[in-house]
Design a protein around this ligand. Structure first.
Ligand code: OFO
Length: 162
């Protein structure tokens, strides 16, 4: 059994993960509207992954005898200035999620809640991977510039990502 505080904090994280899913779907939608179909595909996959992150927490809450509450989700922005801006916002968002996961880990350690710390270890590793990936994409985007041909190449590369 987890503490009432941990139950609330994990529900808040469930909400943050589902917001991430909607944010990336909104970015995917913007990319589709600009015919950046590879990048749209990339963000759609990211969105599905974020939904799975949320469900990991959802399932865990029931596993430990607590309850997952399905939250209201804020509407994400639907318009963006450029591809570079989208990846910049993605990196900032992932950094914010990392902070939330780190705070949860601190709480789990304080409470000697080892099962939750074990769940959170997975998220810690996932955040390292995601921040690294987005950082690399942003660096590539800055390197190739904003010409139509450069965007075409990057878009095609992003569409190939698993
Ligand atoms: Fe962006 O990863 Fe979820 O936690």
């Amino acid at each position: 059994m987890i503490s009432a505080t941990m139950e609330k904090e994990l529900n808040d994280q469930l909400k943050a993960e589902l917001y991430s899913a909607n944010l990336y779907l909104a970015m995917s939608s913007w990319c589709s509207s600009k015919d950046l179909n590879g990048t749209a595909q990339f963000f759609r996959k990211q969105s599905e992954e974020e939904y799975q992150h949320g469900m990991k927490i959802y399932d865990y809450l029931f596993e430990v005898g607590a309850r997952a509450i399905v939250p209201a989700i804020d509407q994400p922005p639907s318009n963006y200035d450029s591809l570079e801006e989208i990846f910049k916002q993605t990196l900032d968002h992932e950094k914010h999620i990392t902070e939330l996961i780190n705070k949860l880990m601190e709480l789990a350690n304080q409470e000697k809640d080892y099962p939750t710390a074990n769940l959170l270890n997975w998220f810690v590793a996932e955040q390292v991977e995601e921040e690294g990936m987005v950082h690399d994409i942003l660096a590539q985007l800055r390197m190739v510039g904003t010409s139509g041909q450069a965007l075409f190449m990057i878009d095609r590369e992003l569409g190939k990502r698993e």
